[in-house]
Design a protein around this ligand. Structure first.
Ligand SMILES: C[S@@+](CC[C@H](N)C(=O)[O-])C[C@H]1O[C@@H](n2cnc3c(N)ncnc32)[C@H](O)[C@@H]1O
Length: 203
């Protein structure tokens, strides 16, 4: 297992680092997925998105490498009276289900260029035909800003990067945007890239 001590230390602090409210882009995008559908949220952290999705009626699986985050996500789910299947695993080594989900969600989950294509290919393969990728990530223009995102510029994604990674999908939406984040420590003006992509039904 990779070293998740950076994330464990972050999540060991009291409270929820990114809050308990869901990501705003996700709340607008998920209505495209039939209610009751199977949703995988990768790098789900302390569960704000996975727990919210479960409360909307989706059947939710989450994965995060931080055991502390996964424990807090399970506590949040219990406090909200919903069930999630929360796994502690390294996404680079996880035994990803194939053709299993109506949506795969990744909110501010970033990888190095040597790792990113593999993870994005696994996300794509995890979709049922017709299933959706829903992703919001920090754009390279975010580099140096304090409103969120990794300090390593190569881990930030622009439109061309995501379009290439998901070239074998139908792009429903792809945009680079400036947004005012109010999601815990993700706070203030930020540059993001957003993607909604559908696995073709013929594949
Ligand atoms: C910026 S946080 C975002 C958390 C959550 N998606 C949210 O929006 O609140 C990124 C998350 O990705 C997780 N992560 C990063 N690399 C990972 C990997 N290789 N395997 C599993 N989780 C990973 C981290 O543990 C962290 O919780």
């Amino acid at each position: 297992m990779a070293d998740f001590s950076f994330w464990d230390e972050r999540y060991a602090r009291p409270g929820f680092f990114y809050g308990t409210a869901p990501n705003v882009f996700l709340t607008g995008a998920i209505g495209r997925v039939p209610n009751g559908g199977q949703v995988l949220s990768v790098g789900d952290g302390e569960g704000r998105n996975g727990v919210w999705l479960a409360a909307q009626g989706y059947r939710v699986t989450t994965v995060d490498g931080s055991a502390i985050a996964v424990g807090k996500a399970q506590e949040l789910a219990a406090a909200r009276g919903v069930a999630i299947a929360a796994h502690c695993a390294d996404l680079l080594a996880w035994d990803w289900p194939v053709a299993a989900y109506d949506a795969v969600v990744a909110i501010f989950v970033h990888f190095m260029p040597s790792e990113r294509p593999l993870v994005h290919a696994r996300m794509r393969a995890a979709l049922k035909p017709g299933g959706l990728i829903v992703m919001e990530a920090f754009h390279p223009h975010q580099h140096g800003r304090s409103s969120g995102g990794p300090p390593v510029k190569e881990m930030l994604y622009d439109r061309a990067t995501l379009a290439a990674d998901f070239a074998d999908t139908e792009i429903v939406l792809i945009e680079e945007a400036a947004t005012d984040l109010d999601e815990g420590r993700h706070h203030g003006l930020a540059e993001v890239t957003r993607l909604i992509a559908r696995r073709p039904t013929a594949q």
